[in-house]
Design a protein around this ligand. Structure first.
Ligand code: PLP
Length: 368
């Protein structure tokens, strides 16, 4: 079986370094908010090209706490509208509603699966206060255009970089474009911890100060609580794991880009629509997502050839029971995308031989 993503083999490549880092934390006797976290925050900020990084417990908290911090700073208020792509993973929307803000679900660009400036423009109202672009499947959104639009309309921008570590446009990495950005280091993400972890990047010192407190009970100083905060800390073991994995991220990304290139050149089947690549450095290929009108048959065909596939995602947020109030929104493109997408193996340890097998099997597929 060619697995969709083999986390064991990914982490085995670095097992010596990971075990050493783990031992270093065990021996230090200090397990929360220590030197591993501050070193990782510095290294990740420098990787992204921002002044600050704040480690938190997961990617959802990174997004939720940033919006919460803007409320604490008086830059957002309950009831304000936040523009978000309708085809995102539900976490992007949960971060908005958790803060009593109003998600405005916008159809993506059909070819990139991301927000476009013109779709955002059409969704603006007098209540719009922020945009939450999601760099879906690893491809950066048109951040130059989005930031121009945000400036013109005085909107905050929170990038959802959970799938796009290292993707860049015009020489600037994701996470450094918006007023702030949320990252996830869930094990299956391009930069994955060995458990849950997340972070926020920003150049805004005021925002940084509020976030540092919010993640730790709202406290800047032990036993002094300025905000009604939460416990959302990135622990020392995970920070140490991430420091090891960050050193190898660009190498892994290069291999993902190579696999994607082979897929794009090799797959040619009229039944299959390939993803569109705007520019090479703009896509870090968290997922390689095809579209086909005959998905069930294609998945069955690939399974028979020993190839594992997954769907990202089977149901859009507005069709989830959790958001039944939004179920009647007219989002035909988003719904069509969810009916047609299928993700094929994408893993930095996938061999070129296996990539060729996937291509061959896809090219043999005939719809019924
Ligand atoms: C994974 C993901 C998140 C949430 O990250 P967690 O660490 O699982 O909380 C948010 N947004 C997107 C687009 C994601 O893919």
């Amino acid at each position: 079986m060619i697995p969709f993503l083999d986390l064991k083999s990914i982490n085995q490549q670095y097992q010596e370094e990971l075990k050493e880092a783990c031992a270093r934390v065990i021996d230090s006797g200090w397990y929360i908010m220590g030197t591993e976290l501050s070193a990782f925050e510095e290294e990740f900020a420098s990787y992204c090209g921002t002044q600050y990084c704040i480690g938190v417990a997961n990617g959802l908290d990174a997004l939720t706490l940033t919006l919460r911090a803007w409320k604490e700073l008086g830059r957002l208020q309950a009831g304000d509208e936040v523009i978000v792509p309708a085809n995102t993973y539900i976490a992007s929307v949960l971060a908005i509603t958790e803060n009593d803000l109003v998600p405005v679900l916008v159809e993506p660009d059909e070819h990139t699966f991301n927000l476009s400036a013109s779709n955002i423009l059409n969704a603006l109202s007098s209540k719009t206060k922020a945009i939450l672009p999601v760099h879906l499947y690893g491809q950066i959104s048109p951040m130059d255009e989005i930031m121009g639009l945000a400036e013109e309309h005085d909107l905050l921008v929170l990038e959802d970089c959970a799938q796009s570590h290292g993707a860049e446009i015009k020489g600037r990495k994701c996470g450094s474009w918006g007023d702030a950005a949320g990252f996830s280091f869930y094990p299956g993400k391009n930069l994955g911890a060995l458990g849950d972890a997340g972070a926020i990047t920003t150049n805004d010192k005021e925002l940084y100060d509020v976030l540092v407190a919010l993640r730790n009970y709202g406290s800047h100083k032990k036993y002094e609580n300025k905000f009604q905060g939460v416990n959302s800390r990135l622990d020392e073991i995970q920070a140490a794991m991430l420091r090891v994995k960050l050193k190898h991220l660009d190498n892994e990304t290069e291999h993902r880009q190579h696999i994607a290139q082979l897929y794009l050149e090799g797959i040619s089947n009229p039944k299959v629509t390939l993803p569109k690549l705007t520019m090479k450095e703009g896509h870090v290929w968290h997922l390689f997502v095809l579209r086909t009108s005959d998905r069930a048959a294609l998945m069955e065909h690939l399974e028979k050839h020993g190839i594992q596939t997954l769907i990202h995602y089977p149901t859009p947020p507005h069709k989830q029971e959790a958001y039944r109030d939004l179920a009647n929104l007219p989002l035909p493109l988003t719904e069509k995308i969810h009916e047609e997408v299928v993700s094929i193996p994408m893993d930095p340890t996938l061999s070129i031989n296996d990539v060729k097998k996937v291509i061959l099997a896809l090219n043999k597929f005939k719809a019924k």
